[in-house]
Design a protein around this ligand. Structure first.
Ligand SMILES: CC(C)(COP(=O)(O)OP(=O)(O)OC[C@H]1O[C@@H](n2cnc3c(N)ncnc32)[C@H](O)[C@@H]1OP(=O)(O)O)[C@@H](O)C(=O)NCCC(=O)NCCS
Length: 176
């Protein structure tokens, strides 16, 4: 498969915050932001791989600032890292007050998607071309997050479900 640049798949989507997106005080619901983040990231993953993709993980999200009814949200998403079948995508969310023009960075998230083959199992996706300083820096940072996620997965599995002594040994050396 030919490597592809992050520039070929990056996406910008917008959403106008309406009353159904907010609570009684006019604050945008966190779940609405999350849905749009996942949709935007999913478009990037599909554009890069041209395959059916699923979200396998969303890193911890921090809601830095509130957003309100009448504001315009902008979701900017691009690919940071490609493994064999997985793709890490970063999404940045800004809220624009349409009356004043003020733009606030309200959220950022990293999501991992997996490309699926015709059998519904994880399948190889095109490699990522590291063709710029930005691409190389993002890739390096994403490598660190990928290692952290792998550690978290091992901790979630727990030793009770690790069947063989070898797996326990591997796990301990991995966590060092
Ligand atoms: C995604 C899924 C197919 C992966 O299956 P799996 O048996 O874990 O497959 P693998 O072990 O081969 O892992 C596939 C890739 O996912 C990555 N992965 C698996 N679990 C992960 C996690 N918790 N966080 C980050 N990456 C993960 C692996 O590192 C691997 O990446 P690589 O191929 O680049 O090395 C399976 O977990 C699934 O179907 N999950 C449900 C997805 C879903 O319904 N999402 C919501 C709706 S879109």
């Amino acid at each position: 498969m030919e490597p592809k640049s992050f520039k070929d798949s990056r996406v910008i989507m917008t959403h106008l915050v309406l009353p159904q997106d907010a609570n009684a005080a006019g604050n945008l619901h966190g779940g609405v932001i999350l849905k749009h983040i996942d949709t935007t990231g999913g478009v990037v993953a599909k554009r890069h791989s041209r395959m059916n993709v699923v979200t396998v993980s969303i890193d911890r999200m921090v809601f830095k600032q509130p957003a309100y009814i009448g504001e315009l949200l902008t979701f900017q998403a691009s690919l940071n890292h490609v493994g064999r079948s997985s793709m890490e995508i970063g999404v940045r969310v800004d809220a624009e007050n349409l009356e004043t023009g003020e733009v606030r960075h309200i959220n950022s998230a990293y999501l991992t998607y997996v490309g699926l083959g015709k059998d519904g199992k994880a399948a190889p996706v095109p490699p990522l071309l590291l063709d710029s300083e930005v691409a190389r820096r993002r890739h390096k940072e994403a490598e660190l997050r990928r290692k952290l996620r792998q550690k978290e997965r091992l901790l979630e599995v727990g030793e009770a479900s690790v069947s063989s002594k070898k797996k326990v040994r591997d796990k301990k050396s991995f966590l060092r």
